[in-house]
Write a protein that binds this ligand. Structure first.
Ligand SMILES: CC(C)(COP(=O)(O)OP(=O)(O)OC[C@H]1O[C@@H](n2cnc3c(N)ncnc32)[C@H](O)[C@@H]1OP(=O)(O)O)[C@@H](O)C(=O)NCCC(=O)NCCS
Length: 166
């Protein structure tokens, strides 16, 4: 399955994306600000296995994000259970050359719409490192509400929420 936005195609993550995703999860610049840091190929592959199983178990998950015109792989976005499966989080990230032109916002918004309209989720959250200002801005632009800071891990995270409109 896939979602289309104005500039992107978001494709259900599959085996075909493994090499691209290993490169993405191994990119020091992309991962420096993320909660878990850059991953070597083995750790990245394990994370991809988890993401593929998530799709199998729940019928939704991460998408591989591609340029809608050139087809180039840009990064990821999607939805997944967090907090021991209690709640669904929106997640996104792009290679640096695709950042800064609203693409993360476009992808994240499509994922939120998919979660609320297609999946009927009542609540979607996002956890972002407290110092990841660009990510906070993305969450604000897609209409999510800042809920506060939590001391998780070494950096602290902030939690945002959005609820399905009645
Ligand atoms: C966070 C990330 C996805 C943003 O991607 P992007 O394509 O640049 O995002 P957008 O262009 O849609 O929006 C970014 C917003 O943050 C703002 N921004 C970027 N860097 C900023 C900074 N250092 N301080 C303040 N605002 C900043 C931009 O100006 C823009 O806001 P605006 O439209 O009001 O001007 C990207 O930096 C990334 O992939 N980072 C690594 C992975 C990651 O952190 N993922 C999120 C994990 S929670």
């Amino acid at each position: 399955m896939e979602l289309r936005t104005e500039r992107m195609v978001l494709r259900r993550l599959g085996e075909a994306h493994r090499a691209d995703m290993i490169a993405f999860y191994g990119d020091a610049e992309v991962m420096a600000i993320r909660k878990y840091g850059a991953r070597d190929a083995a750790a990245a592959s394990l994370a991809i296995d988890v993401a593929l199983e998530h799709w199998q178990a729940h019928g939704f998950g991460l998408f591989a994000a591609h340029d809608g015109e050139s087809g180039e792989f840009m990064g990821e976005c999607g939805l997944r259970y967090v907090d021991d499966g209690d709640v669904v989080e929106v997640s996104y990230g792009l290679f640096p050359r695709f950042q800064g032109s609203g693409l993360a916002t476009e992808g994240a918004r499509a994922c939120l719409d998919f979660g609320f309209r297609t999946l009927g989720l009542p609540l979607i959250v996002a956890y972002s490192r407290a110092d990841n200002v660009a990510s906070h801005r993305v969450l604000e632009k897609i209409g999510m509400e800042f809920m506060g800071r939590e001391d998780r891990g070494t950096h602290g995270v902030v939690r945002y929420e959005a609820r399905r409109e009645p």
